[in-house]
Design a protein around this ligand. Sequence first.
Ligand code: 5GP
Ligand code: 5GP
Length: 227
Amino acid sequence: MKSKTFSFPFISLLLLLFVVLSAAKSYDFFYFVQQWPGSYCDTRRGCCYPTTGKPEANFTIHGLWPNYDNGKYPHDCDYENLYDATKIEDLLPEMQTKWPTLACPSADGNKFWAHEWNKHGTCSESILNQYSYFQAGLDLQTKANILSILEDADIRPDGALYSTEHITEVIKEALGVLPSIECNRDESRNPQLFQIYLCVDKLGKDFIDCPFYPKRKCSPEIEFPAF
Ligand code: 5GP
Ligand code: 5GP
């Protein structure tokens, strides 16, 4: 019987397909994004506290987002591995404190975490499974400790105006990497400190200098509202 042989072009094509498919699912670094709850809540849209109660006045996690070096990013990478709360049961108390949801209507967080895992987390699942993805977010928040870094420099959530450049410098000094600041506007349309972007290596462990900074610009002076 004649044995089946595959031609060189056929094998090359298969290899190429494999490389393209793996590249499409890979990523270069993470943005670790934290939000200031005071600035999420004092907007025209407002906010709703989670069903577990008002979060503590601290920067909380928005997300851990895989990104490409050129600024583009993958999303919604695996519909077969959607968010499953039972996989992170023992992280839930910490999630409720550090990764609370402030969107309306009030919720317990699962919808927010499902959105973050399904949209972003599934694109880094080659390295972090659901448990280690959320654990990485929680560990990074502890490591960054933005509020105490700012307060040590007398930058407090007291409704006063602060220099965006100074805020950026103080964080860079403390963490050794340049953050990116995102602003939004309060009900009176005043610009305020909303989110802090830090870049993290592919393993979700260490802060790195961003290969690409989000193209957002705050006013030179921004408010740091209370929460
Ligand atoms: P926005 O338009 O409010 O800046 O972003 C909306 C959503 O798009 C974010 O919450 C996030 O899910 C996604 N997104 C925006 N910019 C980036 C980015 O630079 N990288 C990644 N990975 N996601 C982003
Ligand atoms: P992203 O901007 O990450 O793509 O989407 C965030 C989604 O999660 C939005 O649909 C938003 O309504 C929802 N969400 C729920 N809770 C929060 C929260 O506390 N902060 C932010 N930024 N989004 C939240």
